[in-house]
Design a binder for this molecule. Structure first.
Ligand code: UDP
Ligand code: MG
Length: 334
């Protein structure tokens, strides 16, 4: 009895978080692979399956797994909220010190988890992401994904080869301190780096989906990813000081506008000085395209200035009303 209690009180070491959307046929095999791979790392693990509104009996399979093995925990959504929401729910429920995420469709290989965890510990990283070196997907899909990763690495200055791989390991405290929305689970490395995480990557095995088909088309996710990239770019660089971004645009556009319209006014003046009143009147600048461009730039500049001020106000409300920290401490020596 005592032994059992003590064992229950032991903290969980690894929580695996698995989003599930219509994956009934894949779940048993995945469970078998996980329970073969995880005990080699630790006995203190839990499997958190997040059923993202499946309609194919996935929940029934998960219920059976849960009854047979108390390490299996299941969170069931009321409807389909998407993969990011499923990850977020899994993170909220996870009790482990480390969190591992992977797909339910068998594309990620649980045998790789040990290597990622080892790398995280050995190099004292906060996050290790899987890199599918030999991807088992169509050429188009690979091309899109690789170019996206290249662009994102450039924009965010975080050189990672593969953001689309679900197999990742994090320190739980890290992942709990970041908020993800939309399709932002793809940008977890970037989101994590906003709080100062040390991010690494390790090659992993990529396999084909066992049953069912992908929940996304090759093109349907591209626009969403681009929009999220813009969000991440903003969050990374300017969330804490929106005025720096909007103010810079305002200054550039305002200066250009004043220069253009100023130059026009100057030519009119010069005409007046040289030719007198008549020439001054005859030289019209009010209808010229350049005049309108300058006018527009000045207006836009004011708009951006006001946007920057509003952004600053919203940012202050965000931090002050919720007592959000503006810093994240790694260690304290007292
Ligand atoms: N998934 C989910 N909710 C969704 C879409 C997908 O939970 O709305 C899960 C899905 O069951 C799988 C993982 O997210 O475990 C990745 O989805 P999928 O394999 O379709 O994406 P791909 O591997 O093609 O990127
Ligand atoms: Mg998949």
């Amino acid at each position: 009895m005592i032994d059992l209690k003590m064992r229950q009180a032991e903290p969980v070491e690894i929580s695996a978080v698995i989003p599930v959307y219509n994956e009934a046929e894949n779940l048993t095999a995945l469970y078998a692979e996980l329970t073969a791979a995880l005990p080699a790392i630790t006995a203190r693990y839990e499997l958190i399956f997040v059923d993202d509104g499946s309609r194919d009996g996935s929940y029934g399979v998960l219920q059976e797994l849960h009854v047979a093995d108390k390490r299996v925990k299941v969170v069931r959504f009321r409807r389909n909220f998407g993969q990011t929401a499923a990850f977020a729910a899994g993170f909220d429920f996870a009790q482990g010190e480390l969190i591992v995420t992977l797909d339910a469709d068998g594309q990620n290989d649980p045998a790789d988890i040990a290597r990622l965890v080892e790398k995280l510990r050995a190099e004292q990283l906060d996050m290790v992401v899987g890199w599918r070196v030999d991807r088992q997907e169509g050429f188009l899909r690979r091309l899109l994904s690789q170019s996206a990763n290249l662009i994102i690495s450039r924009v965010t200055e975080l050189a990672i080869h593969d953001r689309g791989c679900s197999l990742k390991v994090f320190r739980a405290e890290l992942v709990k301190s970041i908020q993800i929305y939309g399709e932002l689970h793809r940008f977890l490395p970037e989101m994590a780096s906003t709080v100062g995480a040390r991010v690494g990557e390790a090659p992993v095995n990529d396999r084909s989906r066992r049953f069912g088909k992908s929940k996304y088309g090759a093109f349907s996710r591209t626009p969403r990813v681009i929009l999220d990239l813009i969000t991440v770019f903003f969050l990374l660089g300017f969330f804490r000081s929106p005025m720096r971004l909007f103010g810079a645009i305002a200054i550039i556009s305002g200066t250009l506008g004043v220069l253009i319209d100023g130059a026009l006014a100057l030519t009119k003046l010069v005409h007046g000085l040289l030719g007198g009143w008549a020439a001054f009147h005859a030289y019209a600048i009010g209808g010229r395209p350049l005049f309108f461009l300058g006018f527009l730039l000045i207006l836009v500049s004011m708009q951006f200035l006001v946007m920057g001020l509003l952004g600053e106000m919203i940012m202050r409300t965000y931090y002050e009303s919720q007592n959000k920290p503006i810093y994240f401490v790694r260690e304290v020596l007292e």
